[in-house]
Design a protein around this ligand. Structure first.
Ligand code: GLU
Length: 293
């Protein structure tokens, strides 16, 4: 079977040097494996996604020399598929409506000892998982905004032990067969308040629907893989192989951000940078040369 790779940017800002590394690295691994390369636009965030940024993604990737198969999958066009999966999890009582606002969560988690997820966000308090059915129905009927969160402990019991094949490395040098720890995320979000999905749900459904066999992405998503493994198992979906790559950082060692325009590919191109110059700046050829095989 021909391997299938994908690059999955979110159109909520200009692509920067970090995306250039990710796309070029991913594309090169795909070419080496004689794979198919897909592009997916992760635009479930309706407030932050913009058509101009999507157009900029195509322009920047083409300029870098990354080629992808058509059609491009746009997540915003597949809400019905996500809703169906969410409804299935609801029917199995593996998710519950989470009514707390961000401010309520922050207040409940003000104790410095409150547990935090790998991204540093407080774990969701226990409050809503124990609401009675009548109360839940009333609050939903009254139109109270709510996300849907996984009962992670029950889901893990149902799923059993989970592990993935890591072909890159994690933040602490993890590689090979990595045991997944979805519990680190607590009751993570499966559907946001405004759409019937979350990043986690959409990414696992799309990877499966698109037949993705190799996920190549930044190390910042290494720990999210545990949540993805759990959802894959619950939904009966296959797990791809993962390759998490190091992140390009600024001079202070911080991860690049979309709001910092200085490293955007557009700004660099306007300043006269060439695709070869970008490759040199991010050390992509050295990174590829140092890979085994
Ligand atoms: N859309 C995600 C991002 O732009 C990447 C998702 C993934 O590769 O799994 O950070």
């Amino acid at each position: 079977m021909q391997p299938v790779f994908r690059f999955a940017p979110s159109p909520n800002g200009e692509l920067h040097l970090g995306h250039a590394f990710s796309a070029l690295f991913d594309h090169a691994l795909c070419t080496r494996a004689n794979g198919r390369f897909l592009l997916r636009i992760e635009d479930i965030d309706r407030t932050r996604s913009r058509p101009v940024f999507e157009a900029a993604i195509y322009r920047d990737l083409e300029w870098l020399g990354v080629a992808w198969e058509m059609p491009v999958r746009r997540q915003s066009e597949h809400m019905a598929a996500y809703k169906e999966a969410l409804d299935g999890l609801r029917a199995r009582e593996l998710v519950y409506p989470a009514f707390m606002t961000r401010r309520e969560i922050t207040r409940a988690a003000s104790d410095p000892a409150w547990p935090r997820d790998p991204d540093g966000a407080p774990l969701y308090p226990d409050r809503d998982r124990n609401l009675g059915k009548k109360q839940i129905d009333e609050r939903i009927a009254a139109g109270e905004p709510h996300a849907w969160r996984l009962r992670t402990d029950l889901a893990m019991e149902e799923a059993g032990p989970l592990a993935w094949q890591e072909e890159g490395t994690g933040p602490d040098g993890e590689d090979g067969i990595v045991a997944a720890r979805p519990d680190l995320w607590g009751d993570f979000i499966v559907a946001r308040k405004d759409v019937p999905t979350s990043y986690h749900l959409a990414v696992v459904l799309d990877d499966a629907l698109q037949g993705v066999t190799h996920v190549v992405r930044g190390r910042d998503l290494f720990h999210a893989t545990a949540a993805h493994l759990l959802l894959q198992r619950l939904l009966g979906l296959p797990s791809p192989v993962y390759h998490h790559h190091p992140l390009i950082t600024d001079q202070a060692g911080r991860k690049l951000s979309k709001s910092d325009g200085a490293t955007s590919l557009r700004a660099l191109r306007n300043d006269g940078a060439t695709p070869a110059g970008i490759r040199a700046m991010i050390g992509i050829d050295e990174a590829l040369a140092s890979l085994p095989g």
